[in-house]
Design a protein around this ligand. Structure first.
Ligand code: CP
Length: 307
């Protein structure tokens, strides 16, 4: 039963609960007109303390397409946060106005903390370099549509695996399926954090390797998940400039890739996928962004318990 629950961490829901969300999302994709009054009278609060295009707008579009309404801010300086209001008071207030809240915050753990002060469901829309569970719903729904299942896949995660929260969440969520192999492709300085390796990859004895060169492994991949180098998380601009162009996927690099490779990217991209790749049928990242709206429609409906 998902009604009334929060989504803070990608493992908050069981595999069966995720299946329920994907089943509803696929029903919405097939017949969106059947769902246009599902959230009549309901209000979503969107609290974005960090910039966003896809997450915020897909949440807003999701609620509007379900017949609900949206309140919130995309710039904390336009709210009383700029006068020094603390997070607990902001959340208590918005929970009095909205039936469900989604928030993005630069501080890791802020949505968890906020959930203690909310008496309506609270959804983590990204916390610092930590987790991004609704991007994971988006990624999993896209993989389900592209591949038909989540099992027996070799998944290459490429780029900034240190600060890229979408990668941390995807590893957590998809590690629960059968026969998954991870190939972690990053510069040494941007490797997957130790806590993900210890708590997930080692603990579950998962099959994984770490490499630096995409060209060495691209022919082995069923899924290639590209990420940008997260400029906003670097302490030192010189390090960012040195690492920012570590990987640029282009048509040349795709020559040895499988014909049914699925290329994903949570977006925004900077230049880690050349625009010439956009026309390749293996490029799924704009479809992925669209599936994000359907995944969030299903999530909102489930957490509100509307039928
Ligand atoms: N994927 C993602 O989180 O994009 P935004 O930062 O634009 O929301």
């Amino acid at each position: 039963m998902l009604k009334g629950r929060n989504l803070i961490d990608p493992q908050d829901f069981t595999v069966e609960e995720l299946e329920d969300i994907f089943k509803l999302a696929e029903e919405i994709i097939d017949n969106p007109e059947d769902f246009i009054h599902l959230c009549d009278g309901k209000v979503l609060g969107t609290l974005f303390f960090e910039p966003s295009t896809r997450t915020r707008l897909s949440f807003e579009a999701a609620m509007l397409r379900l017949g609900g309404k949206v309140i919130g801010f995309s710039e904390p300086n336009s709210s009383s946060v700029s006068k020094g209001e603390n997070l607990a008071d902001t959340i208590r207030t918005v929970a009095a106005y909205a039936d469900i809240i989604t928030m993005r915050h630069p501080k890791e753990g802020a949505p968890k903390y906020a959930s203690y002060y909310s008496d309506v469901p609270l959804i983590n829309a990204g916390d610092g370099g930590h987790q991004h569970p609704t991007q994971t719903l988006t990624d999993l729904l896209t993989i389900k549509v592209a591949k038909g299942s989540f099992s027996n896949l070799t998944i290459g995660l490429c780029g900034d695996l240190k600060f890229g929260r979408t990668v941390h969440s995807l590893i957590k969520a998809i590690s629960r399926y059968e026969n998954i192999k991870f190939i972690l492709i990053s510069p040494n300085e941007l490797q997957t954090p130790e806590y993900i390796k210890t708590e997930i990859l080692h603990k579950k004895s998962l099959d994984y390797v770490e490499v630096e060169r995409l060209e060495e492994v691209i022919d082995k991949l069923d899924i290639l998940y590209m990420t940008r180098v997260q400029k906003e998380r670097f302490f030192n601009e010189a390090d960012y400039i040195r690492l920012k162009d570590s990987y640029i996927l282009d048509n040349g690099k795709l020559k040895t890739a499988k014909k049914d490779l699925t290329i994903l990217h949570p977006l925004p991209r900077v230049n880690e996928i050349s625009m010439e790749v956009d026309n390749d049928p293996r490029a799924w990242y704009f479809r992925q962004a669209k599936y994000g709206m359907f995944a969030r429609m299903a999530l909102i409906a489930k957490l509100l318990g509307v039928k």
